[in-house]
Design a binder for this molecule. Structure first.
Ligand SMILES: [Zn+2]
Ligand SMILES: [Zn+2]
Length: 259
C-alpha cells in the first residue's frame, strides 16, 4: 500500500497525507488541527496515528497547524535547518523535537523514503519532494515554485503520481483584482506555477506510467478548477495520455489515491 490524499490545497491552507502499511505522514499543516482531523475523518482515517509532519517552507498556509499537531500527537517535525530557524517562533515548543533534512539528501520516516530538493520560491529554504516506498512507485509533491527548473524536470521524470501546482491562469491573474506588485510576485521566478507552466513541465516529463496527476494550490481569485482542468486535459488529450486528472480543493479532501 502506498497512497496519498490532498486534505486541503490553496492559499488558505495546505496539507497532504501519505501512507503505507506501516506509516502515515503529513506534508505541511497549514490548517488548524481541527480542520486536519475533520478532513482525515471524512476519509475514514485514524487521526491519532501520524508518524511525523514534514514542513516544506515557512509560509503560514503550510505552517499554521504544524506545532499544534506535533504537540497534540507527540510526533516529530521534519524541516530544513533554515526553515526551522525562521519558523521556530511560530511553531512553538515541540514535544519530540525537530529532525533537519537537507536538499538532495534522502531521509526516511518508517518505510517511506523522502527526497527533498529546492523549489524556487520567496521563502528561506523552500522544498519540493519525491517519496518512495520501495518498488517503482514514486510520488512527486511540487507546489510553491515559480518556474520549471532543470532540477524539477529531473526529479519529476519517474513519478507515477504527481501533485503539481497549477496556481493561476495568466489572463485571470493579469485582469484580476490583485495589486500590481502581487501580480508580479505570483508570476515571478520565486512565485507560483501557472496552469500553462504546469502543462510545460508535464509535456517534458510525462511517461506512460504516470497514473495520477493532481493539480494543486489553485488560486481562488486567479484560477478556477474548470480552467485549470481544461488547460491540462487539453494537453493530455492531444498526446492521448490517459493519466487520471484530479483537482485538489481548498475545502474538501481528494479521495485516497493509489500512487
Ligand atoms: Zn503555499
Ligand atoms: Zn509559499
Amino acid at each position: 500500500m502506498f497512497q496519498t490524499a490532498v486534505l486541503a490545497s490553496g492559499s488558505k491552507g495546505n496539507a497532504i497525507l501519505v501512507r503505507t502499511k506501516s506509516a502515515k505522514i503529513l506534508i505541511d499543516v497549514g490548517l488548524s488541527g481541527k480542520q486536519v482531523f475533520a478532513a482525515m475523518e471524512a476519509l475514514h482515517l485514524d487521526t491519532q496515528r501520524i508518524d511525523g509532519i514534514i514542513l516544506s517552507h515557512e509560509h503560514s498556509d503550510h505552517l499554521r497547524g504544524c506545532g499544534i499537531l506535533c504537540r497534540k500527537l507527540k510526533i516529530p517535525l521534519y524541516a530544513s535547518y533554515d526553515t526551522y530557524c525562521v519558523a521556530q517562533h511560530k511553531i512553538g515548543k515541540l514535544p519530540v523535537g525537530v529532525q533537519h533534512f537537507k536538499h538532495g539528501c534522502d531521509f526516511t520516516i518508517k518505510d517511506i523514503v523522502i527526497h527533498p530538493f529546492a523549489s524556487s520560491h520567496d521563502a528561506v529554504d523552500s522544498s519540493n519532494f519525491t517519496l518512495q516506498n520501495g518498488g517503482e512507485k514514486r510520488l512527486g509533491v511540487i507546489t510553491d515554485t515559480g518556474f520549471v527548473t532543470n532540477l524539477l524536470e529531473l526529479k519529476t521524470r519517474d513519478c507515477t503520481t504527481l501533485i503539481l501546482e497549477s496556481n493561476h491562469d495568466d489572463d485571470l491573474l493579469m485582469n484580476g483584482p490583485y495589486p500590481w506588485h502581487l501580480k508580479q510576485r505570483i508570476r515571478g521566478r520565486l512565485g507560483h506555477l501557472s496552469n500553462l507552466q504546469a502543462v510545460g513541465l508535464i509535456s517534458k516529463v510525462i511517461h506512460p506510467q504516470l497514473k495520477n496527476l493532481i493539480l494543486a494550490h489553485l488560486s481562488e481569485v486567479n484560477n478556477t478548477p474548470e480552467v485549470a482542468a481544461e488547460t491540462m486535459r487539453g494537453f493530455l488529450d492531444t498526446i492521448r495520455h490517459n493519466a487520471r486528472l484530479i483537482i485538489a480543493g481548498q475545502y474538501k479532501p481528494t479521495e485516497i489515491i493509489d500512487i
